[in-house]
Design a protein around this ligand. Sequence first.
Ligand SMILES: *Cc1c(COP(=O)(O)O)cnc(C)c1O
Length: 374
Amino acid sequence: MKLQMVDLHGQYLKIKDEVDAGIRQVIETSAFINGPQVKVFTDNLAAYAGAKYVIPCANGTDALQIALMALGLKPGDEVIVPAFTYVASAEVIGLLGLTPVMVDVDYATFNVTVDNLEKALSAKTKAIIPVHLFGQSCDMEPIMRFAEKHGLYVVEDNAQAIGAVYTFSDGTKKHTGTMGHIGCTSFFPSKNLGCYGDGGAIFTNDDVLAERLRMIANHGQQVKYHHKVIGCNSRLDTIQSVVLNAKLQHLDEYCRARYEAAQYYSSHLKSVSGIVVPEELPASTHVYHQYTLKVLDGKRDALKQYLAEAGIPSMVYYPLPLQKQEAFQHITRAAESLEVAEQLAGSVLSLPIHTELTAAEQDLVIDRIKNFFK
Ligand SMILES: *Cc1c(COP(=O)(O)O)cnc(C)c1O
């Protein structure tokens, strides 16, 4: 069996009976769109995360777009986004005629901090998109305080951290995606809660926003054929809801398996000079969507090649920070130097991590990395 970045088939085999029976039932009843299983899943997800509303949609990018549409922003309004993230977080800002303002991130956690945000603030700033990159929460308490002080909306990009929990200084615990005004997630197959196709969801505790989000995702209508606003068509299929509902029951287990695999890597790799293992923010649990090393001294690509020669896959998330992307050259305003984002893009390397990873497989990776630096 070949070592893989993720092992979706191995994970499927453990829930096969439930998934197969559920999919068959959807086919037998032909309730492919808006079947009752969609609401069962979103209700369960809302209860799991402690969110008042979960609005399903077609993918994580749509979730972000619909979230921004619901805020009623105007062209020229600025939305702050980290420069080191997947493109979707910033793409939707540009798509809506808003101005993405890119900020640098923290070297240790890969995430934006309130210091980064402060440098980007202008009279036009209307919203912030903190991205909980690689599976741990941004430090949300100061970020929420900052947003409140300046009257900004917070839209969390939680595509990579579903299941992570953040603890506030008064002891309150909240799931990522439920701390801002709106939280967005993706059910892309390789995400920590992934379906067997595309899917996404939007979280909010706000009654008015919930109604708007639902309306926008449904062609801007609340009453069929009566369209109040320009919306879009973004739905979660019934079949995907069945898969997600089966996997949701195991999500905490999945998070734990990833966390344990990460601890195993770190315990063996932390003493290797030439790499930096992931750092954990004390206030957040880490669900390790990615296990990402920083490879020092410009050796990242050589290490990647050396691993590949032994059949070990690894990935660079992300090789080009947003400020270097051609698509953003003419619409962005960079608030500060983005050197950490640039440094990370040149040094990050993500190792295989998933719910089915064995210690023997990890030993292969660990030995090969140690050999490289010997
Ligand atoms: C995956 C991802 C998205 C987009 O999700 P899709 O379902 O692929 O549209 C957005 N933001 C981040 C950080 C992601 O990792």
